[in-house]
Design a protein around this ligand. Sequence first.
Ligand code: ATP
Ligand code: MG
Length: 489
Amino acid sequence: MSKPKLLLATEAIAKSYGPVTALRSVDLTVRSGEIHALLGANGAGKSTLVKILAGVQPADQGLLRVEGQIVRFRTPADALHAGIATVFQDPALIPDLTVAQNLRLSRIDMARFRDGLARFALEELDLSALVRELPLETLRVVDLVRAVARQPHVLLLDELTAALTAEQAERVFALLRDWKKQGRSAVLITHRLAEVMHICDQATILRDGRNVAELAPANVTEHQLVEAMLGASLEPTSAASRSKRPAGDTLLEVRGLTARHLLQEVSFAVRSGEILGLVALEGQGQERLFDLLSGNRQPTAGEIWVNGTRCQFRSPYDAVRRGVVLVPGDRVIALLPNQSVQHNLATPLFGKWTSWWRLPRNEEPQVQRAVAQLSIDTRAAAQVRRLSGGNQQKVVLGRWLVGGFRTLLCFDPTRGIDIQTKHEIYARLRELAAQGAAIVLYTSELAEIGLVCDRVLVLHRGRIVDEQDASHATESSLLTAAHGLEAPV
Ligand SMILES: Nc1ncnc2c1ncn2[C@@H]1O[C@H](COP(=O)(O)OP(=O)(O)OP(=O)(O)O)[C@@H](O)[C@H]1O
Ligand SMILES: [Mg+2]
């Protein structure tokens, strides 16, 4: 067999944004028929490299080669022309246009696009829907199918799977396997190491804007990958940090909560000091449940009780006033992109001040504490949109550390966060609970349940179908229940 040909290569690529050095010197080599993982902690420079390869930004230094030829991309069209199509870390669709209008702007072959949607069981998608009305997961698939419809030689996928269900992620992998067979390649950025082990042939690891290793995942363990990413061994956090505390007062209780077609008679209570996990397959009503609990929508029936008082949340503001706050799944809607990290972290405090623009001196320590507690990388703190994706996610959580709350609703809070920070966030959630907060945590990572939660509820077709003690829950017992099946006796 002939040696696979070199499709794409970078040599000593460097890039700074003013005083922030994002890439110092990066070499990446992608061969034909290869799925190549690009790994690194939050802020390592992965998305910056993607933007350079996609022609969105020029490199300051270094070379780019496509099939051996030196190329210079001045625009995204140049990169597409050279056979490189990209799915960026955040959806690249114009929210106020319909899907069809977005596709027209990107001059996509509609027949191919529809074939692509069918691979993701989305053939029914209404292309005249406004992008802003579609769920994040659908937008990610649209982004991918649009890129694939261009039939590039190399696909760049920046944390595509972070917002996908396991089922849709599997479809991505199936697509990538076919993709390889055609001699095409992909660069896959993900924080889920299982995906790297599962699908990737090669991996390049970045740390602080340099590549520190290139290896074949088949030859190493997940642990070795993590060590290469972090440059140090990872402190294992164990469930031992979960001490049995006497449960406190009930802070949040719902009774018979119902939303037409989506939720049926959901009842549960969370106490002070407790972390209640919620597990569900995609589309079982979990989004709507969080919308109801956070005041973003109202139930068709049922009651919400906060601290022993029945409440009707007409808006998120009502919920926040009662101490019930939300970390939503979609960080893009939660942040003020052009404002600073400080400003974003301080938003819960704004109501108390006359000036929007200046942080009162005495509040700054709270903001600084949140930055330190979550180790937010503030190299580009002047505007949140310049932060790496994982660091933006931390700002969303950090906001409520600053603002204070009694009940915290977290919807997949560790999505897109590197493994070390994930463990830091688990520890922080445990700490918050120990200080008396009640936490409801929906997570798509079942392993999180045993690490952080006390109890776990399973939602299936809008109903709570199971409740387990988190320390005894296994991935298989949770999955069985999540599929609406009875546990074997
Ligand atoms: N437009 C910008 N202006 C200033 N700094 C920026 C800009 N874009 C990125 N940076 C900085 O460059 C560094 C690398 O960011 P990058 O987004 O490439 O990280 P990443 O590896 O993709 O991280 P993550 O896993 O969190 O997405 C970060 O310190 C980030 O704040
Ligand atoms: Mg990134």
